[in-house]
Design a protein around this ligand. Structure first.
Ligand SMILES: CC(=O)N[C@H]1[C@@H](OP(=O)(O)OP(=O)(O)OC[C@H]2O[C@@H](n3ccc(=O)[nH]c3=O)[C@H](O)[C@@H]2O)O[C@H](CO)[C@@H](O)[C@@H]1O
Ligand SMILES: C=C(OP(=O)(O)O)C(=O)O
Length: 509
């Protein structure tokens, strides 16, 4: 290996080690080597065998330095252990992706503080880098600095990265301000059945955006004579469609009224960020947003997105399913209230701290302590609604909570065409989950969990639900191909291990 290659790898290893909060001596102990050898590796002064690289990759659980990172990553779970201690909720994937798209509006430097270091963010960073943005993680932090190019070069877009996320669709709103005509690859993301982008197209037409889908790409043209003449009424109260319209309206100098807007957590974060960039937004937190844009934005800005209610729900489910007392810190309570109200009816006991503010200065947080105890099935079916309602992404976690409760719980996922179907995988682990139709499952509890081996479904939340059930199941379970979990959760295995879980990462080398 050449010296410059070695020092680049060394720097990556150093960053990944720091990110895992390990000292050189601690990493050396994991690798069965000396601290001075680790220091030499990090300085690029040590030749590395492929075997050593693979071991470093395993120890740091890091995609960057692991050999064969294209091979699927799997988890081995030694379940049946009680969890204890405290865990912080990380900032949300869904605000992160909206804010990364919003950075496209700004000619100045955007610094996003304490961003979740997740694969979804990595994909968007790859896309933005490929079109000319200079992006770096600030040293010893999870702060991402984004510097825009003088002109965006969409011709060199990293199509493979773009196609792995649905977020690419939110490039439409910001890019209309930069280019008169452009192509974008089709949006990807979780496989949740048919999920069109039609509501985005209908809403953005008000700004003169016309999109035709051809051969795997969206061909986009902008008619600059057009501007919204009347309120834009969204056909669905969708989160990303609301964000796309906000991004289009942010640099439209007139006033845009958005009705049937989502007021969900990621939309609120985006609104606060845009307000700090000088965009006037009235109605934050409601379903009517009135936006007066500014023609150009050139501001060095720092922003801290808020904590993820879906991660909070995931951790709460981890506590419930393992019968553990854990304290989940930094729970965005406004976006968990209905979930907790439903759990109240199931007999869940928990304690909440006084409220405090998130670093975005807007979102109310609490610490939540779970108290183990018996649960009973609710009388009514559990179903999601756009905010304020039980969050669509939190619904799958009710399957494992219902599996712990005495009686039958009907879970109705009317939103996604096939997400409920993935929940039937829980039967391998001993749960009684009956699929009534593609949208409804009946869960009968309580469950005597048993270990098993499952291929992770191509959907983030069902994947995590299975992982959590494996935590509850005594013995060794294997969950294969977990990329989709890394799409939305930072270092979940390590963080659960810090609470006393036993999860190891391995690859099929
Ligand atoms: C990056 C991001 O923020 N992703 C979230 C966002 O995706 P996103 O905003 O892209 O969600 P979609 O627009 O795909 O909506 C999800 C599904 O809900 C249906 N629908 C939605 C709203 C509505 O009022 N009526 C209706 O029927 C849609 O037809 C679709 O089938 O919102 C979803 C629903 O909260 C979440 O699961 C995703 O995690
Ligand atoms: C469905 C989800 O995400 P996305 O919109 O990124 O596919 C999710 O977060 O559960």
């Amino acid at each position: 290996m050449t010296e410059s290659y070695l020092s680049r790898i060394g720097a990556l290893i150093r960053d990944a080690r720091r990110h895992k909060d390990l000292t050189q001596a601690e990493l050396a102990a994991l690798l069965n080597t000396s601290q001075s050898a680790v220091a030499r590796i990090e300085q690029g002064k040590q030749n590395l065998s492929l075997e050593m690289l693979a071991r470093i990759g395993e120890s740091l659980d890091s995609e960057i330095v692991s050999v064969g990172s294209s091979l699927p990553q799997n988890l081995r779970i030694n379940g049946g252990k009680r969890l204890s201690g405290e865990i912080d909720v990380r900032t949300s994937k869904n605000a992160a992706v909206a804010l990364l798209c919003a950075a496209l509006l700004n000619k100045g430097r955007t610094t996003l503080r304490n961003l979740a270091r997740i694969e979804e963010v990595n994909r968007i960073v790859e896309v933005l880098t490929s079109i000319g943005f200079k992006i770096r993680w600030l040293p010893d932090s999870s702060d991402l600095e984004i510097n825009p190019p003088a002109t965006i070069n969409l011709g060199s877009i990293d199509e493979a990265a773009a196609r792995r996320t649905r977020t690419i669709i939110m490039f439409l709103g910001p890019l209309m301000h930069e280019l008169d005509e452009f192509e974008l690859p089709y949006a990807g993301g979780c496989d949740l059945g048919t999920r069109t982008v039609e509501p985005h197209m209908v809403a953005l037409r008000h700004f003169g955006i016309d999109v035709t889908a051809t051969m795997g790409s969206y061909h986009v043209t902008i008619d600059r004579e057009k501007a919204p003449q009347r309120p834009i009424v969204l056909t669905e109260r969708g989160d990303t469609v609301t964000e796309n319209v906000l991004l289009a309206a942010a640099r439209h100098p007139g006033t845009t009224v958005i009705r049937n807007a989502s007021s969900n957590y990621m939309v609120q974060d985006l609104c606060v960020f845009l307000q700090q960039l000088g965009v006037t937004i009235e109605g934050l937190g409601t379903t009517t947003l009135t936006v007066t844009g500014v023609e150009s934005i050139n501001q060095d800005i720092e922003y801290s997105p808020s904590e993820d209610p879906i991660e909070a729900m995931s951790l709460l489910a981890a506590g419930v399913v393992t019968g553990s007392e854990i304290t989940i810190k930094r729970v965005p309570i406004e976006f968990m209230e209905i979930e907790l109200a439903v759990l109240d009816t199931m007999g869940l006991r928990y304690e909440l701290s006084e409220e405090y503010l998130s670093a975005n200065g807007h979102t109310r947080l609490v610490d939540l302590r779970t108290i183990p105890g018996p649960l009973k099935a609710p009388l009514d079916k559990i179903h999601p609604l756009p905010f304020p309602g039980l969050n669509i992404d939190n619904l799958p976690f009710f399957a494992i909570i219902a599996a712990m409760a005495e009686g039958s719980t009907l879970i109705h996922d009317w939103v996604y065409e096939n997400r409920a179907i993935y929940l039937t995988e829980l039967t391998t682990l001993g749960a009684k989950v009956h699929l009534m139709d593609p949208h409804r499952v009946m869960v009968e509890g309580p469950t005597k969990w048993r270990a098993g081996e499952i291929m992770c479904p191509p959907a983030l939340r069902p994947g995590v639900v299975i992982l959590l059930a494996m935590l509850a199941a005594p013995g060794e379970s294997v969950l294969r191909n977990v990329y989709v979990i890394h799409r939305g959760y930072e270092d979940l295995a390590t963080r659960l291990n810090n609470l006393g879980a036993d999860i190891q990462t391995f690859r099929d080398i």
